[in-house]
Write a protein of this length. Sequence first.
Length: 171
Amino acid sequence: MTGVTVGLAGVVMLFMALVSALIVRKGSSNDWATLIMPRVLWLNTAILIASSCTVVRARRLLASSDLVGFRRWWLATTMLGLLFLVGQLIAWHTLVIDGLYIDSNPSSSFFYVLTAFHGLHLLGGVIGLLYVALWPAKRKRQMAITEAAAMYWHFMDGLWVFIFLLFYIGK
């Protein structure tokens, strides 16, 4: 848990630095263009919120020693994470179709960078979820790594909601 907590502190610093840069850049320029958010991002947000619910369900099943149920719900979380990543690729593709690339304007640059960094961290979370799902069933260790992975996953979900609201409300 200590390692995950320290790692998440680094993630917070990275994203807060990027958000600070976004705020300063937006406030000090005349070339900031409002980014039209791809609609798939609403679905992506719902997918990540659902994945937090499946993590909670999986942890409860593990606590009641239902390893089969735990793995089923844990793998459902993993699949939702992968589905989110596919949704992000669709969002980027939608922007490209609309002629918005990473270098089109400062707003699109920040969108691509923030969502790419989040996507990379979420991919790391998916790998972690798979690791937990495949971990040999030794109850004490299973509980510890499950708690650490769940904490990371919930953090990534909350971070996404923050990024989504940053771009949606911060138009």
